[in-house]
Design a protein around this ligand. Structure first.
Ligand SMILES: [Zn+2]
Length: 445
């Protein structure tokens, strides 16, 4: 089972280049890992990692995965662990016993030491589990980790394939087996069996002839050539993600970071510790800009040189704010400068003063662009249309809800502040009839 945080986010993005796998062993007081068991299971973890490395060669990827144990010589104990096992609040207890203030600190420390590495943690808990997957994989804030348990079906040993399966989750691969009896889930599972029946994300019981199929390889960043049938085998909960990944995989670099050279820059907000940036992608063959779902990156660069870059989706917009969120954060970004807000315990709280880095605003539409100039405090818009060689100056006359309004003697335009359908009317008409004009993409440079 997994709580999924896909799309190459978190501490483990695409499974490429250098990767640090932190391993710790945790026991209930009545069933402490012996040194022998720890060593044996560490070998299983190494085997699972080797298996992944070998699979990577099929996709011409040379992946470096380095293990580092944490508190290996200690007995790291957790009381009151029940079967079923969601570590949740226990993560702080584990972190303290290893010697860290809290769980996220483990990540920030190793990020500094291992610059440019993906970081993922494996927590091996000594409670045998009879359920199929025998593991959880989730993320705590930005920190992705998997939990492994001795597998009853595997002589109470940790299975190397479970190791691989859980690690792949951290790098964005979804489960491909149905969690429930829902028709959609069963259908997706059937399709997966049809297309890629040996895939490690379908099942992970020891002794099977597994592989990392081209589907799972795509979701972890090993190739960039998705097929249409990927949607048919994706579980319902992953459909939105796979759709996104298929459309935009080419815009992410090997580190899972948006490749800025291929994206058109949008708004930038600066705050005390970092910045929030909005991107529109210029997807085009003929140099036409399309208005794509906007994506925000939120980069925090704090006192401890803690750097987190997380992708957020635009969620909604009202008169004053754009709402963006991912699995960890919900933020309100003011349309102009002002106080940002963050959702904590279901309540919006003041976050930081945000200043909008707004130099020149460009509006692209199919035939040309509108450009905003600020001259002597006057905002003037310049309209240039490629083919008809039309150009002209406009003045801004009004601002309503989500639109900026500009006009000259002949035209009036309503330009959506964050892109979308623009509307126009003829200024000389007394009775205004707004008609759809063009889809526009708004960029701030
Ligand atoms: Zn799973």
């Amino acid at each position: 089972m997994t709580e999924f945080y896909g799309e190459w986010q978190g501490s483990a993005k695409k499974l490429l280049d250098n990767n640090l796998v932190l391993v710790t062993f945790v026991s209930p007081p009545e069933n402490i890992w012996t040194n022998e068991q720890k060593k044996e299971n560490l070998e299983k973890i190494q085997k699972g990692i080797n298996w992944i490395k070998n699979q990577a060669l099929n996709y011409n990827q040379n992946v470096n995965l380095e293990i580092k144990t944490l508190g290996f010589d200690k007995d790291i104990l957790l009381k009151d662990l029940k079967d079923g096992l969601y570590l949740g609040d226990n993560l702080t207890t584990i972190a303290k016993q290893i010697g860290f203030a809290n769980f996220p600190h483990i990540l920030s420390d190793y990020r500094m030491e291992y610059r440019g590495y993906n970081v993922v943690m494996i927590i091996a808990v000594n409670i045998s589990n009879e359920q199929g997957g025998i593991s959880n994989c989730t993320s705590h804030g930005d920190f992705e980790y998997g939990v492994l348990y001795p597998d009853v079906r595997n002589e109470n040993r940790i299975s190397e394939y479970t190791v691989a399966h859980e690690l792949l989750h951290a790098y964005s691969a979804p489960d491909l087996y149905a969690y429930s009896e829902s028709i959609e889930e069963i259908k997706a599972q059937e399709n997966a069996i049809k297309h890629i029946k040996k895939d490690i994300m379908l099942c992970e019981v020891e002794g099977k002839d597994f592989e990392i199929s081209e589907y799972t390889a795509f979701t972890i960043g090993w190739h960039n050539d998705p097929k249409d049938w990927y949607k048919d085998i994706s579980p319902p909960s992953f459909l939105q993600s796979i759709d996104f990944m298929m459309k935009y995989s080419g815009y992410f670099d090997d580190g899972g970071i948006l490749n800025l050279e291929n994206a058109t820059q949008g708004r930038g907000y600066s705050f005390e510790y970092g910045e929030v940036k909005e991107w529109f992608f210029g997807v085009n063959e003929e140099n036409n800009y399309q208005n794509c779902p906007s994506l925000w990156t939120f980069e925090e660069d704090g006192e401890d040189e803690y750097i987190a870059t997380v992708l957020m989706r635009e969620n909604s917009i009202d008169n004053d704010y754009i709402f963006i969120k991912n699995s960890t954060y919900s933020l309100q970004i003011p349309l102009k400068d002002g106080k940002g807000k963050v959702l904590v315990n279901n309540t919006w709280q003041d976050w930081y003063d945000l200043s909008l880095q707004n130099m020149t605003l460009m509006v692209h539409y199919e035939k040309g662009f509108l450009k905003k100039y600020e001259i002597l405090n006057e905002i003037i818009w310049y309209w240039e249309e490629d083919q008809n060689q039309l150009n002209g100056f406009f003045e801004q006359y009004n601002e309503m809800d989500n639109f900026l309004c500009i006009k000259n003697d002949i035209y009036k335009f309503k330009i959506p502040k964050i892109g979308g359908m623009a509307e126009m009317t003829f200024a000389e008409y007394k009775k205004e009839e707004w008609i759809n004009w063009y889809n526009v993409t708004v960029s701030y440079f």
